[in-house]
Design a protein around this ligand. Structure first.
Ligand code: GLC
Length: 498
């Protein structure tokens, strides 16, 4: 049993903020709170809405597998199955200094990676926070900001003083741009659509590598863009560099996506390029788009529909919207708002703070689920500190149970995606390692266990053969390894044949 802590105390959020908490002694009495039975009745309703049976999961896997095949066979499909022009696995012997720029969902990161061979590396990095305005402003300005950050980083880390760059020398750069881009070669990428709430203008449909090169020129940086990659592809390669059993990489963070290594002969939509059919190429699935627009296969609740309708891209990224960290908090908040409207929760209290879209961070779900106290002090802290709301123990238990339902559904759907790649590639019998990264995977308690449980529900005992593990840093190290692999191909004269 976890120890019960009573009275006053404090806890620290992942943001570093410390919050004071206190337990109420007579919390059932002064405000008209919902009874334990009411909360239990409501919970049952949500249980049936958010629970995925093994049978349902198998149906999703079947449809998912077909969708993956379709994306390989035909261009411009909803799940685009993007050929990345990353050919085969790293040898582990890649060496040298590489810059990596990582434009993900939340931060911009600049890294200097020294690959030492034998699966070893050193990395130094700086993070810059992106503002909401930057995400929505003009695209060229966003790339200018990237170049500006690179400029500052290069000045401090690779100047002559630092002894790394000689005058006239340029550093190869791997740019991790984690949005769907259709590529014709490795240093090219046309943005198909923004995801994860980004909406920067004049960028969709354009070659972002070209736009970024323009920004590099503005700052006259001694840098050469060698490879444009997705975070999943980087994760696949970086994880294989240190753990050669890795065959699939997944990201469960602000967004949700996967990459794996495919036989070129199976990517029939690029047959005309005449690439050696015996070669292998990494595929960036962009599986977050599964079931977009049609909404035929996934179990969407009315809360999911609201999340979708009110997003900047209605209809798109249907799978991602049920799973990724950007949306889980909002789904829970919408359930709470419904119960407020029905007069079940927080009667007599001012709920305006909770009524603001996206105010309920997905990190709160993690915190609620990991609260070790009988009184659920963490849950008290969240509701009083952030929303000025008082709660009873029965309500807090309900909130926690709800977080569990939403978190568990996300993990089980994630298992469906992994299972689809495993089925397609026939990895079940021999088994495989899946490198996984992202805030949800790394910080949400029990997420990985729930994915594994889901895989067993889908495949039975053999599901144990598929094991996820915390991946290597794909957007930094992976991007550097891919830049090294590309440089090697170029030096060997292979690049022109793609
Ligand atoms: C979104 C992006 C995808 C990325 C994923 C994880 O789904 O479209 O490119 O890999 O988020 O960051």
């Amino acid at each position: 049993m976890p120890a019960s802590r009573r009275g006053s105390g404090s806890f620290t959020l992942t943001t570093g903020q410390t919050i004071a908490i206190h337990t109420r002694t007579q919390d059932e009495e002064d405000l008209p709170h919902a009874t334990k039975k009411t909360m239990a009745d409501h919970l049952r309703k949500y249980e049936s809405l958010f629970t995925l049976t093994p049978q349902r999961m198998r149906m999703i896997v079947e449809a998912f597998t077909e969708t993956l095949e379709l994306g390989l066979n035909k261009p411009n499909q909803i799940v685009p199955m993007i050929p990345t022009y990353v050919f085969g696995w790293p040898t582990g012997q890649e060496k040298g200094d590489f810059l990596a720029l990582d434009l993900g969902g939340t931060n911009l990161r600049v890294c200097l990676v020294t690959l030492q061979g034998e699966g070893k590396f050193e990395i130094s990095q700086t993070k810059y926070r992106l503002t909401e305005e930057q995400k929505q402003d003009d695209g060229q300005k966003l790339f200018d900001f990237c170049a500006e950050c690179l400029h500052t980083f290069v000045e401090t880390n690779t100047g002559e003083g630092a002894g790394q760059l000689k005058p006239g020398q340029s550093l190869p750069l791997g740019f991790t741009f984690s949005y769907p881009c259709s590529q014709e070669r490795i240093d090219h990428g046309e943005l198909i659509r923004w995801t994860k709430g980004f909406g920067a203008g004049n960028t969709e449909g354009r070659d972002v590598a070209e736009m970024f090169k323009k920004s590099l020129e503005k700052y006259q940086l001694p840098i050469k863009l060698t490879a444009l990659i997705n975070d999943t592809t980087g994760t696949l390669i970086a994880s294989h560099y240190v753990n050669p059993k890795t065959k699939i990489a997944v990201i469960f963070g602000t967004g949700c996506n996967a990459a794996y290594m495919e036989n070129v002969k199976n990517i029939t939509k690029i047959e005309h390029l005449g690439i050696d059919p015996g070669a292998e190429m990494a595929i960036n699935c962009e599986w977050g788009a599964f079931d977009s627009f049609e909404h035929e296969h996934l179990p969407r609740t009315k809360y999911d529909t609201v999340v979708d309708d009110t997003s900047n891209k209605p209809g798109e990224q249907a799978f991602e919207k049920l799973i990724s960290g950007r949306y889980l908090g909002e789904i829970l908040r919408l359930v709470l708002c419904e119960l407020i409207d029905e007069g079940v929760l927080f009667l007599g209290q001012n709920t305006y703070k909770l009524e603001k879209p996206y105010c309920f961070d997905t990190a709160f779900l993690s915190l609620m689920e990991s609260d070790p106290t009988d009184e659920l002090l963490m849950v008290i802290g969240i509701f009083t500190h952030f929303f000025a709301l008082e709660t009873t123990l029965a309500e807090r238990q309900f909130f926690r149970a709800l977080a569990k339902l939403i978190g568990r559904r996300a993990a089980r759907l994630s298992a469906c995606g992994i299972a689809a790649i495993v089925s397609k590639m026939n990895y079940l019998d021999e088994g495989c390692s899946v490198g996984a990264d992202g805030s949800l995977y790394n910080k949400y308690p029990g997420f990985a266990d729930r994915v594994h449980e889901g895989l067993q529900d889908i495949f039975g005992d053999k599901g144990r053969n598929i094991v996820t593990y915390h991946a290597e840093d794909g957007s930094g190290v992976g991007s550097a390894i891919i830049a090294a692999m590309t440089k090697h191909r170029k030096d060997a004269g292979l690049y022109l044949n793609v």
